[in-house]
Design a protein around this ligand. Sequence first.
Ligand code: SAM
Length: 214
Amino acid sequence: MCENYSDRALKMVQTQLRPRGIHDEAVLRVMSTIPRHFFVPHADLDDAYSDRALPTHEGQTISQPYVVALMTQLLEAQPGVRVLEVGTGSGYQTAILASLGAQVVTVERSRWLSQEARGNLEKLKLAGSVVFIVGDGSLGEPTLGPYDRILVTAAAPRLPKCYLDQLKTGGRIVIPVGDHETQTLMSYDFDGQKVTAQEHIAVRFVPLVGEQGF
Ligand code: SAM
């Protein structure tokens, strides 16, 4: 199946992403080129381009393609934009951001997952614009901020205030907020004085654990 992955990635874009309103051509282009099967466990290779989240390692998940696409579209990560990603996981979302030309700082609490993700991005020659950090991303990564964008790919009980302290004026945060069962995908825009929140779709993510998480 991996020989024809580009056909499967293209089909994923045409059947799962465009019909649901993903319209950012840059996002659609990178999602049709990044080999998602690099990022899933061997046992799930046949499902790598399916319309669902998949288990990865250490009880974690790689999000459904549509959710990755929507979060990326909401992030508006143009080339050169500095992005803090919390929850590196498999590195699939990181690869999407790096392919869009973003400068990414990605934080993962599991050292093993972070190392695997780095290996995947190195194979794809995308690791050059990514800094991999092992630590508690619920606190952000203040030493490398501030950031234009913050993307959190684990469910938070509330927006950690420290993320706002690490965001530039004009910046945006995309994060699932809710309880252990379901969350709402939220975006927060900061104009230098006030924060404007917007609700998007219902989602279900693994929890953001740590000092500002669950
Ligand atoms: N974006 C990932 C991908 O494309 O594969 C999926 C991320 S998975 C849904 C959530 C990840 O968040 C897990 O790998 C988990 O270990 C990580 N995580 C949870 N709490 C964290 C924290 N406080 N700091 C850093 N990573 C955390």
